[in-house]
Ligand binder design. Structure first.
Ligand SMILES: C[S@@+](CC[C@H](N)C(=O)[O-])C[C@H]1O[C@@H](n2cnc3c(N)ncnc32)[C@H](O)[C@@H]1O
Length: 273
């Protein structure tokens, strides 16, 4: 097993990597290895004009949902990514996927059909819970700054699914609150908060277990893993764009006083096991 030739791995710390490359290619290298995958996909809604200021391409949900726009890359779909995430999970591992009001019902339907429907069959695997993040203002009210004239969402939905029956139990809430990060780190659109992922990782993952963060951007889940496990954190972020790694570096340095190791590291193989 190895990284595809055109991927560039950057070492953040022992066991912590940010790979600039295609998420599908990297996920394929980690068959059955990840305790959890945190996915914030670059999905496109049909008919959506790309949100102004976004610095990356979007792709359609599946072949039945044609998405238009100059910045839509239809060589990859969200469901293909979801399937690749599943293949990378250990038995009973968790997929934690960010969604919006368009994506959430479609992704849940896909997961219920393909992975299973645990509210209906509690001993099995599959879609487990709809959770999410509610952004609060300083006075503790739901933040109304998110888009929408027919009610605002004040945060986003998160879909929790496990591959097969799981012994990874937790009473951590699938619904978390956070303040909405102001910064975009040059990526367009505000980054996701770290705190909710910290809570979910604390509940679902043990120290030393592998966490994968495809479509990572500034990778709040990876920073959360570092917060929870310190030197025992083990994650691999993947983003197709070098600028995403630069954004992650900036966020990582902001979070921890020392930044990640700087030069590209080529000794990736030695870190595999
Ligand atoms: C919604 S953003 C993630 C934002 C992140 N949660 C944050 O808070 O910064 C989706 C990311 O997916 C990346 N992406 C799109 N297609 C990809 C692919 N095939 N492989 C890896 N990354 C991809 C984009 O470059 C973008 O950074």
């Amino acid at each position: 097993m190895r990284l595809p030739d055109d991927a560039t791995p950057y070492k953040i710390d022992d066991g912590e990597w940010y790979v600039v490359g295609d998420a599908m290619d990297v996920l394929a290298e980690y068959h059955g290895e990840a305790a959890a995958v945190f996915l914030d996909d670059a999905w496109a809604r049909p008919g959506r004009v790309q949100q102004s200021g976004l610095a990356y391409d979007l792709h359609p949900f599946d072949e039945g949902h044609v998405a238009d726009g100059d910045d839509v890359d239809d060589t990859l779909t969200t469901v293909e990514l979801i399937d690749a995430c599943r293949a990378a999970l250990v038995d009973g591992g968790w997929l934690v996927a960010d969604a919006d009001d368009w994506l959430a019902p479609r992704i849940v339907e896909y997961l219920r059909t393909r992975w299973g429907d645990t509210p209906a069959t509690p001993d099995g695997g599959g879609f487990e819970k709809l959770g999410g993040v509610t952004y609060l203002t300083e006075d503790g009210r739901p933040d109304r700054g998110t888009h929408g004239e027919h009610l605002t969402t004040g945060g986003y939905t998160v879909v929790f699914t496990h591959d097969g029956p799981t012994e990874r139990h937790t009473d951590i809430s699938a619904r978390q609150v956070a303040t909405w990060p102001e910064r975009t780190y040059g990526r367009g659109g505000r980054a996701k908060p770290i705190g909710p992922y910290e809570a979910w990782i604390d509940g679902l993952v043990d120290d030393g277990e592998l966490i994968l963060v495809p479509c990572a951007g500034t990778a709040p889940a990876a920073i959360a893993a570092r917060r929870v496990f310190g030197d025992d954190a083990r994650y691999i972020c993947v983003d197709v764009e070098e600028a995403a790694y630069e954004a992650f570096r900036e966020r990582y340095a902001e979070e921890f006083s020392e930044g990640p190791a700087s030069p590209p590291e080529t000794d990736f193989e030695g870190e595999r096991n």
